[in-house]
Ligand binder design. Structure first.
Ligand code: URP
Ligand code: ZN
Ligand code: ZN
Length: 470
C-alpha cells in the first residue's frame, strides 16, 4: 500500500515547507516538490499542515487506581488519541506491591493484545523492591524495550515509594541507561494535611488542592533532582504544575544537569477556582498535582517556550464523574484522581499556544512529538517527518472550527475538561505506519492494528525496523 500526501505544509520541529510526502508501506520514502509517483491513495493536503503524529508520553489506560479502574481501556483510549492526532503513547505499567516486574508487564500486554489502534510503549512504575521485583529484574527491563522507570513520591499507602526505593531505582537506571521519571510531591506531608482537613470536617473537592500546596511539589522536585545527581541518572519530572517545581528544574538545566520536565495540557487552562464549582462539579478537576493558582499558567507557558520544560503530555487518567468520582462525594480524598485529555492536546495547544502567539508551530511539534520521541527512545522512528521514519502523520486543517465537547468525544469519560471551548484547527486525516486510521470523521482500522514499540535506551536512537509485536 502506498500513500501520496500532496501539497501540504510539512512542519517538523526544525522545518516548515510545502512538499509532497510519499509513503511506501509503513515508512516515509520520498519527500519532494511535485513528486511524480503513482500511489494507491492520494491525499490532497493543499492548505493543510502535515505534522508528525503526536506522542503522548504520559497516559493511564485501563489502570486500577483509587479503588476503581480508569474508564478508557486501550481501544477507547487509542480511538480518542487517534482522533486527536496522537499516533503513539507510552503508558504506565503499575507493579502491584509484591508482584514481579515481569508479571506486571505481562498484565499490561494482555490489556492491549487485540485492542490497540495506535502504537504504544511502556514505562515501569516501581512500587516495591523488597517483596516484589528485584534490582536484577529491574535492570533487565530495558532489554524488553521498557527503558524508563517511574516512581511516585506521593499517594501514601498506595503507589508511594520511600527514598530508599527511589534512590536504588536511580542507581539501576544509571547502570542500565534507563530514564527515571518522578511524580514529585511530598506524600508524607500531604497525608498529614489530608487527615487534618478531614478531621476538621473539610470534605469538598477543593480541599484536594488545599492539602497539596505547591511547596510539596517544589520540595519533592528538588529532592528528586538532588538524588538523581548523586545516583548519576537522567531524570524526567512528570506533570509539573507550578512555579515551585519549575524553578528547581530551571536551575538544574542551567547547571547542565540531565534533568527534564513536562507539564500537561490542563495546567495551562484549569486553575484552582474550577475545584470550587458547586454541586460536586469541582470533582471533575480532581487530578494530581491539583489545578493551581492562575498565575502559574504564565509560568508554564514561559517554561515550555524556553525549554525549561521540554514536553507537554496529557496524563490521561479518565474516570466518569457521575459514577466513579461520586465515590468522594462526602470525602474529597476518595475522589479518584485523574482527568481525561488525550483527545484534545493538539487542538488546545495549537489554539492557545500557536494561534495565541505563545509558541511557534515548530515548537508545538517539538513539545508534542519530537521531544517526547527523543526523550523516550522513539526517535527517529517516530516524532518527525523524515525519509525512513514511520509514516505516523497528521494532516491538520488549520481552518477547521470545532467546539470541544464530551458529547462528541471518543473517550468514554462523561465530561471534558475543556467543554465548550472553541478552537480553529483540528486533525483531519491521521496515519499510523502508513495506514490511514482516521479519515472523514471515521475510524478506519480495527482494534489489534496498533503495535507494541520496544524503545531504545535513553540517548540512543530507534530505527524504523526495530518495531516488534509482543
Ligand atoms: O491525578 C492523576 N494525575 N492521576 C494519574 C496518576 C498520576 O499521578 O499521574
Ligand atoms: Zn502523577
Ligand atoms: Zn499520571
Amino acid at each position: 500500500m502506498s500513500v501520496l500526501i500532496k501539497g501540504g505544509r510539512v512542519v517538523t520541529a526544525a522545518d516548515d515547507y510545502v512538499a509532497d510526502v510519499f509513503v511506501d508501506g509503513e515508512r516515509i520514502s520520498l519527500i519532494g516538490e511535485s513528486l511524480d509517483v503513482a500511489a494507491d491513495h492520494v491525499i490532497d493536503a493543499t492548505g493543510k499542515y502535515v505534522l508528525p503524529g503526536c506522542i503522548d508520553p504520559h497516559t493511564h489506560l485501563d489502570m486500577p487506581f483509587g479503588g476503581t479502574v480508569t474508564i478508557d481501556d486501550v481501544t477507547s483510549g487509542h480511538t480518542a488519541a487517534a482522533f486527536g492526532g496522537t499516533t503513539c503513547h507510552v503508558d504506565f505499567v503499575i507493579q502491584t506491591p509484591g508482584e514481579s516486574f515481569g508479571a506486571a508487564l505481562e498484565a499490561w500486554h494482555a490489556k492491549r493484545d487485540g485492542k490497540a489502534i495506535i502504537d504504544n510503549g511502556y514505562h515501569m512504575a516501581v512500587t516495591d523492591l523488597k517483596e516484589g521485583g528485584s534490582l536484577e529484574e529491574l535492570a533487565s527491563l530495558p532489554d524488553q524495550g521498557v527503558t524508563s522507570y517511574k516512581l511516585f513520591m506521593a499517594y501514601k499507602g498506595a503507589l508511594m515509594v520511600d527514598d530508599e526505593t527511589l534512590f536504588k531505582t536511580m542507581e539501576v537506571a544509571a547502570e542500565t541507561g534507563a530514564l527515571v521519571m518522578v511524580h514529585a510531591e511530598n506524600g508524607d506531608v500531604i497525608d498529614v494535611l489530608v487527615k487534618k482537613a478531614l478531621a476538621a470536617g473539610h470534605t469538598e473537592p477543593h480541599w484536594h488542592a488545599l492539602t497539596r500546596p505547591p511547596e510539596t511539589e517544589g520540595e519533592a522536585t528538588n529532592r528528586a533532582i538532588q538524588l538523581a545527581r548523586v545516583a548519576g541518572c537522567p531524570l524526567y519530572v512528570v506533570h509539573v504544575s507550578c512555579r515551585e517545581s519549575v524553578e528547581p528544574i530551571q536551575r538544574a538545566r542551567e547547571a547542565g544537569w540531565d534533568v527534564w520536565g513536562e507539564t500537561c495540557t490542563q495546567y495551562f487552562f484549569i486553575d484552582y477556582s474550577f475545584l470550587e464549582r458547586p454541586s460536586f462539579e469541582g470533582a471533575k478537576y480532581v487530578y494530581t498535582p491539583p489545578p493551581r493558582a492562575k498565575e502559574n499558567q504564565d509560568v508554564l507557558w514561559n517554561a515550555v517556550r524556553t525549554d525549561v520544560l521540554s514536553a507537554i503530555s496529557t496524563d490521561h487518567c479518565a474516570f466518569s464523574w457521575a459514577e466513579q468520582k461520586a465515590a468522594g462525594r462526602d470525602d474529597f480524598s476518595k475522589i479518584p484522581n485523574g482527568g481525561p485529555g488525550i483527545e484534545n492536546r493538539l487542538q488546545m495547544i495549537h489554539e492557545f499556544g500557536v494561534r495565541g502567539g505563545r509558541i511557534s508551530l515548530n515548537r508545538m511539534v517539538e513539545l508534542l512529538a519530537t521531544s517526547p520521541a527523543r526523550l523516550f527512545g522513539l526517535y527517529p522512528k517516530k516524532g518527525t517527518i523524515a525519509i525512513g521514519s514511520d509514516a505516523d502523520i497528521v494532516v491538520f486543517d488549520p481552518e477547521k472550527r470545532v467546539t470541544i465537547s464530551a458529547t462528541t468525544q471518543k473517550s468514554r469519560a462523561d465530561y471534558n475538561l475543556y467543554e465548550g471551548t472553541e478552537v480553529t484547527g483540528s486533525p483531519e486525516t491521521v496515519l499510523v505506519r502508513g495506514t490511514v486510521v482516521v479519515e472523514g470523521g471515521e475510524l478506519k482500522v480495527e482494534p489489534g492494528f496498533g503495535q507494541y514499540v520496544a524503545r531504545a535506551r535513553f540517548g540512543e536512537e530507534l530505527k524504523s525496523t526495530a518495531s516488534v509485536e509482543a
